[in-house]
Design a protein around this ligand. Sequence first.
Ligand code: MN
Length: 201
Amino acid sequence: MAYSVPDLPYDYAALEPHIDEQTMRVHHDKHHQAYVDKANAALEGTEWADKDVDDVLRNLDQLPDDIRTAVRNNAGGHSNHSFFWQIMSPDGGGEPDGDLRSAIDDAFGSFDSFKDEFKTAGVNRFGSGWSWLVHDGSGLAVVSTANQDSPVSDGQTPLLGVDVWEHAYYLKYQNKRPDYIDAWWNVVNWPEVASRFSAAG
Ligand code: MN
């Protein structure tokens, strides 16, 4: 079955004031839809058309040469954005607890050190991309990807990610990407991140 854009699990305005309604409308309805449409067009008629998007992203090297870049960009965009809507919540923010918190403290020294590293990766991503907290098979790590590249393609499991493309913040924050990331912590859905951590561990 062809990919489709999942409904947001909350209203477009639910992440206000941190993420504004207009940004959410354009981001979800226009940008994510475009990734889905282009991924479907690239995969149509191939054996990969009915595969789970992350299975496709794990096997980019097996795709036909003439569609590999389009799939990498657009199936990546579909996977990344489907993930992104889930790891935000109007009830978000605060700090993680339990096993996830312990793992973050062990890997980064403290929660604040983790936040600094994650933010720095996002701020320093030149051009468009993402900053991620991933499980790399042995433990937690902060990584950054360009464009719509997914950590899944590198064998990593994304646990948390922030979209630092200008379309994610420009209407409200203009050029101030650091301010956007600072505000974004207020909508992080830590229970969802913890659930993904449990599944990855
Ligand atoms: Mn985006």
